[in-house]
Design a protein around this ligand. Sequence first.
Ligand code: ZN
Length: 431
Amino acid sequence: MNTHAGHLVSHHAAAHDGGTCRICAKPLKHSFADLGMSPLCESFLPADKLDEMEPFFPLHAYVCDDCFLVQLKEYVSPSHIFTEYAYFSSYSTSWVAHAKSYCEMIKHRLGLGPDSLAVELASNDGYLLQHFIALGVPVLGIEPAANVAKAAIDKGVPTRVEFFGETYAQTLAGEGMMADLIIGNNVLAQVPDVNDFVAGIAQLLKPEGVVTLEFPHIERLMAENQFDTIYHEHFSYFSLGTIEKLAARHRLKVFDVEELPTHGGSIRVYLAHATSTRPLTNRVAGVLGREVARGLRSVDTYTKFDANVRQTKRRLLSFLISAKNAGKRICGYGAPGKGNTLLNYCGIGTDFIDFTVDRNPYKHGRFTPGMHIPIRPVEAIEAARPDYILILPWNLKTEIISQMRFVKDWGAKFIVPIPEVTVIDPKEFRS
Ligand SMILES: [Zn+2]
């Protein structure tokens, strides 16, 4: 992905102010995490671009003292980020399995059938809606990236290439389309105008319809120091309390919530019209109560987070400096978006990490944005026999260590950077 000046969103406000909240429009005065200047984390570079200038933007998250939304300014418009998208959800077998079990569960729970309509927003390559088709439930996908939408259409999933919001919901209503179920998995965080998006959801939803939204839970981000999940393409970081406020602005209510292990700890929130007869479950009060107990309705809890981030950086660098002083060789495993936040914020380049490896062939021969660490096929680890392997997609550490257990043959150990730097010897690892 290349960035062109024409796609950049201009800001006329003074440098280093937080702007205004994208839910309630109040001025943002409180810093949550200042990760310095960073390139777009999915902009992997081919070798012939390494000598060119690379755009960097402030990676500075603020928290709103009214609705407690943690957020980044929009520096690059989604029409640039998402029009041609390199991520196909179907590449991840565990994510497709997660989608399948969701479809079976929700069909049963809501009693969906041949007269229902399930709409997924940011439906990607049809990884989820394909399961509803198999279950006899009509579907519509809405996906802004034409290349991934085409993959969905090719497998028989009806898909519109559009950005979703109130205007497009009105267009669908004009065609007589109203949804029994609206699904948004990991999309709300990537929408700059969340009010327009949720207004569109309210418009598209039948009177007794249900919305499910999945997203990483900021409670887990803070508790487990997952600051590397902050990146430019990810504008907003939600608690359940914040979602409840956002929903209420559009006369929607939260009536259920589930906690999920995906993406380092996510929640699935169930919404309905405020006038709906759906009963409220005890789980909502349970999660809201825990958020209050952990201080998520107090701005001080958020402003203290930056100190943890800085400490994690110092500890990781201390470890890497000691290892290099001892003559150790280190490589990376994985080149996920979050790895690039970690590497750029900590300033970890080829002075520490010789190379990293990835399973996605698109990334082979390319270089990580900003730090320019070469990305090779996974087999490169066996050839290089490094002393340490830094796991960048730490949420998959169990799976990766199990697959790479053979590195014990030459005495290599794994480094897991988050929540704090930990060394794991595969000889002693039990999955
Ligand atoms: Zn706000």
